[in-house]
Write a protein that binds this ligand. Sequence first.
Ligand code: C2E
Ligand code: CA
Ligand code: CA
Length: 767
Amino acid sequence: MRRRLNQTILLYVGGLIVFTSLIILVNVWISTTEHARNQLRNDLSVGQAITQRILQNREQQLATSAQVLTDDWGFKQAVVQALRDKQTMRSVLLNFGRRINVDMMAVIDVNGTMVFDRDNIPATFSQQAASMAQQALFGGTQTQILHSDGKIYQVFLLPVKAPNPIAVAMLGFEIGLPLLRELSTISQLDVSITLTHNQLTQRLLSTLPADNHVAQHEPDQLNWINIALFNQQVFAAQSALLSQHDQQRIELQLSENVQQLFAGFSRLQLQISIIALLCVLLAVLITAIIARRVTRPIRNLVNQSSHIAHGNYRHLSETDGSLEVNELTHAFNTMQDNIQNREAQIRFQAEHDLLTGLNNRNALSAHITGMFDQQQAFQAIGIKVRGFRNINDVFGHQNADLCLTILAQRLAQQTAYCARTAGGEFALISPRGCSDEQLGALLRDLQAPVLLGNVEYRPAIALGYLDCPQQADSTEQVLRRLHIVLDDPRQKDLPWVKFDVQLEQDYLRRLTIISELKLALETSPNQFAVHYQPKINTQTGQCHGAEALVRWTSPTLGFVAPDVFIGLAEQAGIIHQLTFRVLQQVIEDSHNLERAGYAICIAINLSAQDILKSTIVDQLISQVKHANLSGKHISFELTESDLVSDATTAITQLQRLRDAGFQLAIDDFGTGYSSLAYLRSMPVNTLKVDKSFVLKLDENAADRQIVQTIIQLAHSFHLDVVAEGVESWNSWELLKSWRCESLQGFYIAKPLTFRDFTHWLEQQEQP
Ligand code: C2E
Ligand code: CA
Ligand code: CA
């Protein structure tokens, strides 16, 4: 079991103090007890010496008196008379006895017969006396302590000499209670006389209280337990033998009341015990206080640690405890500061975009979730830099980052919540929503030129928005639909796109098309066919070229128009695979045409991504060369808008194609708002007027004006002109009159399969 620190301190220090106190207490107890026992022993020995002395003195006095009596002539006479006539001398002997206060008096003749017995001495006693009388006759005065009938006597047997011993006088002095009291007074001890007969001891006389519950102990057997604990009088006793005869022992016993003796010591012991107890209590109290003082700062640290786990930081006082604890508290506070700073940093990084400092996608999600939780309506606006990947490729990462940072600064000016959600994508959350004017102002602000190195770059911004919660009611849905809105193809044509459900369906369809397209290009290239639309020379009416137009029939999606899947292939970054698929087919068909004797130049459409990558341009050139074909057989078309996005790179790559001998045409001219002057710098030799101007040429005067001007200007720059979308004889005639070099359109022929195209060519040759 784990104990608290203060409990441990209390246990050890308190335990030590209790232990020490107990040792002292026990020692005091033992030594006082020992001291008391010695005192007892001493008292008893001194008492014994005194009583013995007193008894001896008394014996001598009595012996002297007895001797004086027996030496008395009258007494001797009385004894002689008594030996003759027992009765007559009786009164005389009694008188003598009264003179010295004898308690027992008898005369025994030389035969051992009791001739005079004042006190009716019992037979046992007289037998004993008779044997002692014999010893007295020959050995002189005999003395003995004897017991008779419950009484104790100091008995003297003296020979009565006249002058020879004629009898023995027996004189007994009772040792009674008064004597014992006297002894007791002098020795300050209780005095008893005991008789032991046949192992049975009885107290004959005693100054002890007549209480049966008197425990007698040898001093050495005494211990503090039987002194302190038994509720009875305890005495220590010591005996001295007075006489022994025929298995009878008469002893003088001295006793001292142990409890009285111990009373003083017990008080001392009690006082010491109380002091020890108080010391223990005090020590425990002080230890508890110290332990608390020591552990409180530590406990505070422990408590604070659990607060830290819940993210609550609080400085603890550094003056509460000992030096070490204060140092620990200081270190702890510093640690808290560090953790807090690091946490703030981590939180900032977790919620912010490191490049722009704007909120990141996670923070945006949390913000949107918060808006939903508060049931607050808002407008979510998505912003995307179109062709951001190109900025990276063309201007380098540093400049691309710079561009994003500048855009972020512009966005940060907005009152709405703004975040960067992906590479070139941002989002604004506006609780009030933006009017069309505000959206327009935002767009203008974002599309303002950005200086990247020495180049002024105008970011192309796609903008879209949705109103929540009407158009999305969960965070995930908001983010997904913002992406859909920004991905919408109409972004090219509209200033911004507002979300509607159709967009999502279109988006899903686009996703399906992209995945099917990828699969088809990788696994079944024969899903793609190339059709050829002839171009004829206005002057000769002869077909001199054709445009290769790709057709895709998917087993799952059916026929998919190129306008749909070409854009998606560009978005998905797989357009070059399609280009090479077309090139491969064109090479094959070119060979066939050549073999059939036709001199036809086939134009292949390239996309911006094809032309901006030098490796693809390399491959195009080498594959054509490898097929033993040349610029006579194959040419390329590029849309005007593709060339504008990154003119510098485009020019370099176009120049390489020109150098390799290929004819290059600018496609869809008139839709890209670029000036012809600008196109002069392009290494191209043909210009294709966009079909939107040609289709209604015979009806629309403005179109006629435009097309005529374009043709004239193109000629002034030495460019050939191809008009596409020729659907009528009138258009043909007009274009011919304006000296347009080539014509292409349904009026001449629709895009044809290769078989149909060769048939068509055959028919053309027939007059
Ligand atoms: P585009 O390069 O402008 O191709 C000419 C488009 O005009 C073709 O549409 C053609 O069928 C259509 N057209 C030609 N004459 C007439 C006419 O008299 N009236 C009308 N209304 N339309 C006419 P298509 O084949 O649907 O191709 C659409 C676009 O797809 C092409 O426009 C081109 O940009 C792209 N495309 C087609 N094939 C390829 C390809 O292999 N590679 C690339 N990168 N783009 C391709
Ligand atoms: Ca074209
Ligand atoms: Ca075109």
